[in-house]
Design a binder for this molecule. Structure first.
Ligand code: GLY
Length: 369
């Protein structure tokens, strides 16, 4: 069993992220030390449950588990399902000292983490992320929440998990498209702060889906980068915003496409990263070669890179810019962008002329048409 541990040193909220194989099979060993009584509440979804719930139950051994299975999909990250999870936990007499387990991708992790944050003013929870995106990003760092009709992640709380078990064996049953979407967040780490990691991904990215050791290393490296940033800036007063590279564009595109199968979140991040580098080059912050290199790698991975790669019609550039105004990163009415001075050199700025954003969007919509 290969296993690596990334420690997230957040004082009395410190925790470990285990990255490896067979972690589900050893779930009892990992989770039992957190419990006051041998019982956990597991929330999962209906694509993960049929594939992996039996293994988790077996791995939990002598720990009793109550299970709630919700529909898969972004629509579950919403008020009605938050109510359902909270009421289910209360019906099951989940106490302050109990532990809730989020067993699924980013949707389940964010929703269940938020339910844990507000239940009895905060119960502990364990993330068992089952998607690449959740393993490298959303399960670590304590951002929890739901979407509303006003936009994504607009209601939520910072609530750190007590443990994360990132079992890369679970990724083997992912749809290739979902795996690649998660890869958008992996590339993001290289682009925002580690050019050498981006180069490593250029060399090894295409082999990740079939090589367990490479997968473990990609997840571990991403988690370590995220942990370093979260420790510096847990509540996003500064550096943590770097993790939103590509996300200002992505959130507008997701809103425009209905948060559905037309554009998965990680695909939006990939397109958003390409656009962030385009915009940076347009503003003469980075070289013209950088966006081409980003696009080249995304293309080699078979990922979308431009608005023209998104199926169906999109709103025009002005309407997309308007959707960006709903982003949480708006400060004093000004859009904040994560731009880059080169590969691995991202920074936060509010000093971006709307005209340059509109040009970037228009050029991307026209690309290769
Ligand atoms: N996914 C961005 C963050 O956790 O800050």
């Amino acid at each position: 069993m290969a296993e690596k541990i990334v420690h997230v040193p957040l004082g009395d909220r410190a925790y470990d992220v285990h990255v490896g194989t067979s972690l589900i099979a050893a779930a009892e060993n990992h989770i039992a030390p957190l419990l006051r009584r041998k019982r956990v509440f597991v929330v999962t979804e209906d694509r993960v449950g049929p594939l992996h719930l039996a293994s988790l139950r077996e791995g939990l051994g002598g720990i009793a588990c109550e299970v709630l299975e919700l529909p898969a999909g972004e629509g579950t990250k919403s008020w009605p399902y938050l109510t359902q999870v909270v009421e289910w936990l209360l019906d099951g007499r989940c106490e302050r000292g109990d532990v809730v387990v989020a067993f699924g991708g980013g949707v389940i992790g964010d929703l269940v983490g938020f339910a844990a944050a507000i239940l009895r003013r905060g119960v502990r929870f364990v993330q068992v992320p089952t998607s690449l995106l959740a393993q490298v990003d959303s399960s670590v760092g304590g951002k929890t929440g739901i979407n509303t009709r006003h936009g994504k992640n607009l209601v939520g709380a910072f609530h750190q998990p007590s443990l994360v078990l990132a079992d890369v064996g679970l990724l083997e049953t992912m749809r290739p498209r979902d795996f690649l979407a998660g890869y958008g967040e992996v590339v993001k780490y290289g682009l925002l702060g580690d050019a050498a990691f981006f180069e490593w991904l250029e060399a090894h990215g295409p082999d990740l889906s079939r090589d367990t050791e490479l997968r473990i290393e990609a997840v571990r490296h991403s988690v370590q980068m995220k942990a370093d940033i979260v420790v510096r800036d847990e509540t996003e007063q500064g550096d943590r915003a770097l993790l939103n590279l590509g996300h200002t564009f992505c959130h507008a595109l997701e809103a425009a496409t209905g948060y559905g199968d037309r554009l998965l979140h990680g695909e939006g991040v990939a397109v958003g990263c390409a656009l962030a580098f385009d915009l940076s080059a347009r503003l003469n912050l980075c070289s013209q070669e950088d966006p081409s290199r980003v696009r080249g790698h995304l293309q080699a991975m078979g990922m979308p890179r431009d608005l023209s790669d998104i199926p169906g019609d999109l709103p025009d550039a002005e309407a997309l810019l308007d959707l960006m105004g709903q982003d949480k990163k708006v400060l004093d009415g000004k859009l904040r962008f994560i731009l880059a001075r080169g590969l691995g050199q991202a920074f936060v700025t509010s000093d971006v002329p709307a005209a340059a954003v509109l040009e970037t969007l228009r050029a991307s919509g026209d690309a290769f048409r």
